[in-house]
Design a protein around this ligand. Structure first.
Ligand code: PHE
Length: 465
């Protein structure tokens, strides 16, 4: 059986953009921006996407294209059988993320329906409270999962490529339309100002917190660490510039995030709703409430939640594909059976998250972040110290002169700088969870020592350093 592959370059790029653009852009990004001082957060986020997100994304691409297989198969092919568990970590991360993601997907479908019937207009607060967890949430998550499975079942080129070629342009067009519409609302100036003007004082006093939030968001939004981008790159046939593709993907992803902000903040400010109140659910609730008092409320609501639904779906497809690729590549299971099996798995794990808010929060807030960070850490150390020269070679294959010139700095960044940074954030969230207060310098020292020890173990004769 010949292995699946993308039909066109733009197909690969749009599928990866579809994965990156998700509820992270339309929901988590504006919410984090509001919580972290508006433009101050925006600035750091842009910086981290460039300095951490893109190099990390390329690190994942390199393993995928060179390994030509699912995460477990790729690690095993490139590093030997002992590396299979590392692929397993990525696989697990994709399962963790999709297990809560499809629950949010179900919520979005309910809002989409509610926009047509007007169900949430009278009492937005109660509407969210009525749909968030329970049997209704299970049912909605199952519907969302079925649509996801349908696209994955249709295959890489005929399902994922075709679907994302329609969905991604649809998201951009709808968001541009909504942003233009939002600019015509009365009293929107405050919204733009909050979003786009920089408060240096805020950034100075809250630097560490804002930076940590921005770094986490940079990884989440580019879908790195879960083996998704690795798997997508494994379907690349010819050698094209990974650096160029990765940059395009990051730019498009950022544009969508910025556009979402240009819709959300003017709407909230126009109606005098404070943006930073009350965490994740609040944005849904206040936006849903805001739509009600505007002309064409049902149409606007439908367009907005339509964007969110498309964005969520194109990401869940990519997460679903990871375990499917594993079954197809490693166990020779037919795609149809693999889709059914993986669907059954997510039916169970997602239903758990749809029934228990504790499980949902545990997965969405903590486990997902930890799993993505550990996943990416493993990818980058593997690139830098096991593949070494081969990673650079893979990066350079198909690359233009500018990308080639950046090859060496890229390798140093992903082999040393990023691992230290990721270990630092990992240690700070772990000690935070355990309720132990450790000063930042202590965490940094531990991170440097940990990475140095890992490098000493991994370093091989063929290493590029
Ligand atoms: N990037 C997606 C979003 O922004 C989330 C995601 C994370 C998808 C990890 C796949 C892997 O919503």
């Amino acid at each position: 059986m010949t292995r699946a592959s993308w039909r066109t370059r733009i197909g690969f790029i749009l599928a990866a953009v579809g994965s990156a653009v998700g509820i992270g852009n339309v929901w988590r990004f504006p919410w984090f921006t509001a919580d972290n001082g508006g433009a101050a957060f925006l600035l750091l986020y842009l910086l981290f996407v460039l300095l951490i997100g893109v190099p990390g994304l390329l690190g994942e691409f390199v393993i995928g294209r060179r390994g030509g297989s699912d995460p477990i198969g790729a690690f095993s092919a490139l590093g030997g059988r002992n590396w299979r568990p590392m692929g397993g970590v990525a696989l697990l991360a994709s399962v963790v993320v999709l297990s809560f993601y499809s629950v949010v997907g179900g919520w979005i479908l309910r809002y989409l329906l509610g926009s047509v019937t007007g169900a949430y207009f009278d009492a937005p607060q109660q509407f969210f409270g009525a749909i968030d967890y329970g049997l209704g949430a299970v049912a909605a998550h199952v519907v969302f999962l079925l649509v996801t499975a349908g696209v994955v079942y249709a295959g890489v080129d005929r399902g994922i490529e075709v679907a994302t070629k329609i969905m991604v342009p649809g998201i951009v067009v709808l968001l541009v339309g909504l942003a233009v519409w939002a600019s015509t609302l009365p009293d929107v100036a405050g919204g733009y100002e909050f979003y786009l003007s920089l408060d240096w004082g805020y950034l100075q006093t809250n630097f560490v917190d804002v930076a940590a939030a921005a770094a986490g968001q940079a990884l989440f939004t580019l879908s790195v660490g879960a083996g998704v981008m690795l798997t997508y790159a494994s379907y690349l046939g010819e050698d094209r510039s990974l650096a160029a593709d990765g940059t395009i993907i990051a730019v498009l992803n950022t544009v969508v995030g910025l556009l979402a902000g240009l819709v959300i903040f003017p709407v909230l400010f126009s109606l005098g709703v404070p943006p930073g109140d009350g965490g994740p659910g609040a944005l849904f609730i206040s936006l849903a409430g805001a739509f009600e008092s505007l002309p064409y409320s049902r149409l606007i609501g439908f367009a907005f939640f339509g964007v969110v639904a498309l964005a969520a779906l194109s990401s869940s497809i990519s997460l679903f594909e990871v375990p499917v690729a594993y079954l197809v590549d490693e166990h020779d299971v037919a795609r149809s059976w693999a889709t059914a099996g993986v669907g059954a798995l997510f039916l169970v794990t997602g239903s758990g998250a749809a029934l228990s808010s504790d499980l949902f929060t545990l997965l969405a807030d903590n486990v997902a972040n930890l799993a993505l960070t550990v996943g990416l850490l493993g990818f980058l150390l593997f690139d830098g110290w096991v593949l070494g020269k081969a990673a650079l070679e893979e990066y350079e294959s198909g690359a233009g002169p500018l990308a080639r010139a950046l090859g060496r700095p890229w390798l140093v960044a992903i082999a040393v700088v990023l691992p230290i940074f990721l270990t630092f954030t990992l240690l700070s969230s772990l000690t935070g969870l355990a309720g132990i207060a450790v000063p930042a310098t202590g965490l940094l020292a531990a991170a440097v020592a940990g990475v140095a020890a890992a490098i000493a173990v991994l370093r091989r004769p063929g290493s590029a350093f």
